[in-house]
Write a protein that binds this ligand. Structure first.
Ligand code: EPU
Length: 338
């Protein structure tokens, strides 16, 4: 276990923000993690996974632990289902491709999501009608204070929309080291109801899609709407879609009858923040090196040398504008590191 100093984090965060870590340590084993957590004399810890859901706004004075635990194993299986255990440092999309190579179904709608597997449960990643929680069995996490491993069941993770125990009571207390999923080996349940998937499959002339076809459809939709972090720095959706109550929703649809929305329950309606932001005229706009993506207004981008502060400034401008025009407040989905 080697501790490096003054390391640029540019290649470790998908926004491509060039901030430095005062101390940096690559974690390749559970043992190394235990040792690093027990170190004395270093500043506060900062746990870094795939760096795909964060905006760094300044140099970090911390000891940054880059969780790089690798490996995927089959834990149990029968004729119909398999449980796999994936170590936290496995790239999410490569792991999804691995499951598809083995004809394991359940994660295909979550293809091409940036980031690592170990951080996926923290915000219960989701896309195209599927969330991580749908196939999640449990995860293992090391308690920072005691260096003991604990298994969290699905219930204990308290998953919600882009939310979990690890963003609330568990915040800053645990490092997820592996995640287990239950996947199907046959009679896969396909989730193809999402409009864009339906048209993508139709355009390809596919009437009886396989899990691989669904994955390909998702990949092609994502590529058309969402920028590739390797080409243009970004953190996916920068904001959460706001949820409003029935009264607010009725007032809103009277004024904007054509606005898209998703009904969650009798009293809860989700309004796409991307639509609200587009209506405020921000889609495709650029302010210095900070900008709003041209194909999906929910995504803020770094054209090269934007600082975290410049991205925040743009985000605040957007939040203010949406609040003024629609009376709806939107909040960031990414973790802002201040
Ligand atoms: N829309 C616009 N303008 C835009 C963007 C969207 O009018 O610039 C409208 C679309 O036309 C559509 C609606 O808003 O009617 C929803 O758009 P989309 O299907 O692109 O989904 P989203 O609600 O904007 C969410 C997730 C994405 C996920 C997609 C697909 C959140 C915060 N975001 O976006 O997740 O890929 O659904 O399921 O829930 C991410 O978290 O990083 C992410 C990309």
């Amino acid at each position: 276990m080697e501790i490096q100093q003054d390391i640029s984090l540019k290649k470790y965060n998908t926004f491509g923000i060039d901030a430095k870590a005062k101390f940096f340590c690559e974690i390749n084993s559970i043992d190394a993690l235990k040792k690093a957590l027990a170190l004395k004399g270093y500043p506060n810890l900062f746990v870094l996974g795939g760096g795909s859901n964060m905006l760094i706004t300044k140099d970090l004075e911390n000891l940054v632990l880059h969780i790089n635990l690798k490996g995927i194993e089959v834990v149990s299986e029968n004729n119909d289902e398999v449980v796999i255990k994936v170590n936290a440092g496995e790239n999410w999309h490569n792991m999804v491709l691995w499951t598809l190579d083995h004809n394991y179904g359940g994660l295909e709608n979550l293809s091409l999501i940036p980031g690592n597997t170990g951080t996926a449960p923290i915000q219960n990643i989701g896309a195209y009608g599927v969330e991580l929680k749908d196939t999640f069995v449990s995860c293992e996490a090391m308690e920072i204070g005691t260096q003991k491993l604990k298994t969290f069941t699905k219930e204990e993770c308290q998953f919600g929309y882009r939310d979990s125990y690890f963003k609330n009571e568990g915040l800053g207390k645990y490092i997820i080291t592996s995640v287990s999923f239950k996947l199907t080996k046959r009679k896969h349940t396909l989730h193809v109801g999402y409009g864009a998937i339906v048209s993508e499959l139709q355009n390809s002339g596919i009437t009886e899609p396989s899990i691989g076809d669904v994955s390909n459809a998702v990949i092609s939709i994502r590529k058309s709407k969402l920028p590739d972090p390797k080409e243009l720095g970004n953190s996916g959706s920068f904001f959460k879609n706001p949820v409003v109550n029935r009264q607010q929703f009725e007032n809103f649809t009277k004024l904007y009858p054509n606005a898209p929305y998703y009904k969650i329950s009798e009293n809860e309606f989700k309004i796409p923040a991307g639509w609200l932001i587009e209506q405020c005229g921000f889609k495709g706009k650029r302010f210095g090196d900070a900008g709003v993506h041209k194909n999906q207004a929910l995504v803020l981008v770094n054209y090269g040398n934007a600082t975290g502060a410049e991205i925040i400034e743009l985000a605040e401008k957007i939040m203010e504008s949406v609040a003024q025009r629609f009376g709806i407040s939107i909040v960031p989905e990414v973790n802002i590191i201040k």
